[in-house]
Write a protein that binds this ligand. Sequence first.
Ligand SMILES: C[C@@](CO)(OP(=O)(O)O)[C@H](O)COP(=O)(O)OP(=O)(O)OC[C@H]1O[C@@H](n2ccc(N)nc2=O)[C@H](O)[C@@H]1O
Ligand SMILES: Nc1ncnc2c1ncn2[C@@H]1O[C@H](COP(=O)(O)OP(=O)(O)O)[C@@H](O)[C@H]1O
Length: 410
Amino acid sequence: MSTRIRSYSKINLGLAIGPTRPDGFHGLTTLYQTLDLHDLVTVSAKRSTATRISLTTNHPFVPRDGRNTAWRMVEQCLARLGVTAVVEIHIEKRLPVQGGMGAGSANAAAALVALERELGEALAGVERLKLAAEIGSDVPLFLLGGAVLGLGRGEQVIPMPDLPKTWCVVAVPSVGVSTPATFKDWDQRRAAEAAVFSGASTSGAHDAEPPKTVDASEEGELGEGHGVTRAVELTSKPQIDKLHELSLAYSSLSTPTGVSLTGKSGDSRSGTSGIVRDPNPEKKRDLPGENQADAMNDLAENTLLALVRTGIGSDGLQNDFEEVVFPQYPSLRITKRQLMGNDLDSSAIYAALSGSGSALFGLYRSERDAKAAQQRVQSSVASSDEGIAVQVFLTETLPRSEYWGRMFAE
Ligand SMILES: C[C@@](CO)(OP(=O)(O)O)[C@H](O)COP(=O)(O)OP(=O)(O)OC[C@H]1O[C@@H](n2ccc(N)nc2=O)[C@H](O)[C@@H]1O
Ligand SMILES: Nc1ncnc2c1ncn2[C@@H]1O[C@H](COP(=O)(O)OP(=O)(O)O)[C@@H](O)[C@H]1O
């Protein structure tokens, strides 16, 4: 017997990078959203006198040994449970590797769920979240699913009220963007800006200049040709505050029941993991209107539009990584514009880079708009001579109840 799990992917609806921490990681504030696009992870486990793990996969670049996230998860889970077993893992890759869609992290979470099912034994809730955080910053989110606020280094996860299912197009250019390397590029950029700033501020009271400004239309996505300028900042604190605000706005916009972020009454804040559980995640909302599906669609659109207006999309960077990734790979910025579209009626509600890339996504009001965007990206790639191939996926966001409801595959 074996257990087969749909290992769903994620996008980052917004992402703000903070300063480097003493442990070398960066503070992050991010809003994760799980997607229907998935790999398949199959695990079989038989108790035995000694542990033996083996891993197979259809993808040439996925490690088949102790470097694989799913392998590490199984090994650590067995050790924590005090169980020895012969475990076989198979990963059917459908998602891009190094795409910024958290596929490797999701595989680890899927392997844990499958192993527990196979053994008929599970780690305690807090223990599994702690273990997930040890495997990678992106792993704990997959133990919640749906819309999830990520804090700390991204591993402290808070379930947010779900956005209703929303059409999504994911474009994955054939460039693997390394997460640690991109964080380093970010640091170098910050350091260079800080040097310019301190040079200006130590050059004497009379000839001191105001903080340098960067033309956003050259540097990043914010201007999009509007010539917006922004003062160079020494840290990303303003963006972080903005995402904090955003998450609170998000919470108040889309949930009548609400999720307490305060840790006060009603919260089941578990131990030191920083995890706060939604006290009533599946509670149905009272929706206006007679047709629930239409009402859900209205809610999806309104919530997303409100989010964009509230903060991440207006004059701030939606994803800080865009600032370092787009200058390195200019075609990604073009792909983002194509995802966004020009026609007001059918353009994306929102488009951005996911994580450290290279995946970009757009969110749409209807399947028709999403298919049109998919077509736009595909045809422009076909006519481009840059040689960067782009895979384009049509999918939907996956709310928490569906994430868990459809996880076990036949
Ligand atoms: C940046 C994000 C945003 O969702 O996504 P991806 O683009 O990889 O999907 C994640 O935080 C990635 O999470 P994950 O891929 O699990 O990263 P980890 O294994 O924990 O860390 C890999 C390396 O990235 C850097 N790192 C990661 C997270 C963080 N908050 N600060 C960091 O500086 C560190 O150099 C670390 O050694
Ligand atoms: N199960 C796995 N699936 C994919 N990649 C894995 C896995 N385990 C380890 N890796 C390594 O992790 C790196 C990042 O993988 P991935 O999760 O696909 O990227 P991202 O976090 O950008 O979405 C890859 O380069 C790969 O070598």
